[in-house]
Design a protein around this ligand. Sequence first.
Ligand code: DGL
Length: 275
Amino acid sequence: MPTDPGRVLAFDSGIGGLAVVQALRTTLPPGTLIDYLADNALFPYGEQDDAVLVTRILALMEERIARLRPDVVLIACNTASTIALEALRARFDVPFVGCVPPVRWAARVSQTRVFGLLATRGTARRPYLRSLRDTFAADCEMIVHGARTLADLAEQAFLGRPIDDDLVAQELRHLFEAPNGDRIDTIGLGCTHYTFLSNAFLRLCPPDINWLDPALAVARQVNHVLEMRVADRSTSASPESLCLTGPAADEQALKHAIARLGYQDITVLDPTPIS
Ligand code: DGL
């Protein structure tokens, strides 16, 4: 049995993964260290080229894993998980937990057999998503909307800024105005950022929609992987860190917001370990 409570490295393009960190804080044993890396210099991932993303994510993980020696790496980003998880598992000798759109969950709970899925444009066009649908939701109609602005709006909401409901509503309309969109009874969040828009979604959608946010289930999976480890990995002795790949647009506001999650400071990786 390992003697230390463990070390987790969580990764996202921005603040989205902090929604899962929020769930980790209440799920993991006290004392578990959770390092965080946000590749804010390349945000939003949903608008990037697939090959660029894979190369970059591998390079960033190479540096972080070598430095922090985590017990588990959480790819707290659907856009990264659906393109890079396989390559990461093949490259590194550490367990990875990914975030993928909750298609299976939606197929389990939808009564009308028509559910919506909100994701980034990158995730929405991936074969990975089609394969999830074919495997787990073949008897359902899955209406997917790849949203351009929701991740940006979530970044604002995280910082406590007011967001424009009209912009959120414009994105949601793509689900409800699609053919059969009036039969949607369930909507899955296929992007970790969207947890921070939950209040807006509830405000702007019919009240009987069943919203599926996988953050807690992902946190439980990380806990399970930590519990299963058989030996200490000799993780780094350094204190918990929250790192960015570029300067924060508003460092003061970000510092204030991350304090809620137990982070005191922000470090910008220098030099950024990317090609
Ligand atoms: N948080 C990321 C996800 O879960 C996406 C945000 C972005 O486009 O960078 O997909």
